[in-house]
Design a protein around this ligand. Structure first.
Ligand code: ZN
Length: 280
């Protein structure tokens, strides 16, 4: 099992950049990184070429796991959706250079008066097209449902139904443990799913606030909150998940006030404990 760091985890810490994140991955034993496309990569590419990022990753023996994040793909205006497709193509181009084969996409939030069937229909149509574009580059599209009422796809069950209907080998799901818990997704739904459709797993924990009220800032080190992580991982094992990598993804302001070295050190320790007891 490889351990990956999502750049959100030390996002607010002082003097961080994608280069710093890669160096800390190497220093603290994270095998992989999830580059943030909307800020860290954008900042880096203002003064560097994508080929330089590839060299930097290789020089420090860190591999890219997935691009974060292609936002708000469904139920968009024609112009908005065109923007999503343009961004997808850009990420696919980068992926070819740095050897990253997955783009994570998240559903639109705060839709007003849009029915569940309209959401379902749009999500399927968009993902079919996005999957076909990504396929031209040998890339995968991974849908991350967001465990909050404002998100248009907010449970595992809904996301899984959608990707089943999309029915493409290169379109699957990102299971973020925090989002799985956030809207009380059903472990029964997960146990009936095909593990091969789970492309990416985000590891974290949370404070025990009511379902539907949890915010990213409530995320905690894995194993220190109320999520039954062992149940999720044991279920993933049973359904044939590849058990290839998990990625630590937190957004906690309290951790942003720590030295980033400590964020990586503690993050590695806490993540390892959960991985070890579930995967040996
Ligand atoms: Zn996530």
């Amino acid at each position: 099992m490889k351990l990956s760091m999502n750049e959100a985890t030390a996002l607010g810490c002082q003097s961080m950049s994608i280069e710093q994140d890669i160096l800390l991955c190497e220093k603290y034993g994270f095998d992989m990184i999830e580059p943030r496309t909307m800020d860290r990569m954008r900042d880096y590419l203002e003064t560097h070429k994508i080929e330089e990022l590839d060299e930097f990753l290789k020089a420090h023996n860190v591999k890219p796991l997935a691009f974060n994040t292609l936002v708000f793909f469904n139920n968009r205006s024609p112009e908005g959706y065109q923007g999503v497709l343009d961004e997808l193509k850009q990420m696919c181009e980068w992926g070819k250079v740095i050897g990253c084969n997955t783009v994570i996409t998240v559903p639109t939030v705060d839709l007003k008066k849009v029915t569940r069937s309209e959401i379902h229909k749009s999500a399927i149509a968009c993902l079919k097209e996005m999957g076909s574009i990504a396929d031209n580059y040998g890339m995968r599209v991974s849908v991350e449902f967001i465990g909050h009422p404002a998100a248009s796809i907010n449970t595992f069950g809904e996301a899984y139904e959608i990707i089943q209907e999309v029915n493409r080998d290169n379109v699957g799901i990102t299971l973020d443990c925090f989002h799985f818990h956030g809207m009380n997704s059903s472990i029964d739904d997960l146990s009936k799913a095909d593990g091969k459709k789970i492309f990416i797993v985000h590891l974290n924990d949370t404070e025990d606030f009511q379902f539907g009220s949890l915010l990213d800032e409530d995320r905690l080190w894995p194993g220190t909150g109320c999520i039954n992580l062992d149940e999720i991982f044991q279920t993933l094992k049973k359904i044939g998940w590849a058990q290839d990598a998990v990625s630590l993804e937190l957004f906690r302001p309290e951790y942003y006030r720590m030295n980033p070295n400590d964020v990586y050190r503690v993050g590695k320790e806490k993540a390892d404990a959960v991985i070890k007891r579930n995967f040996g």
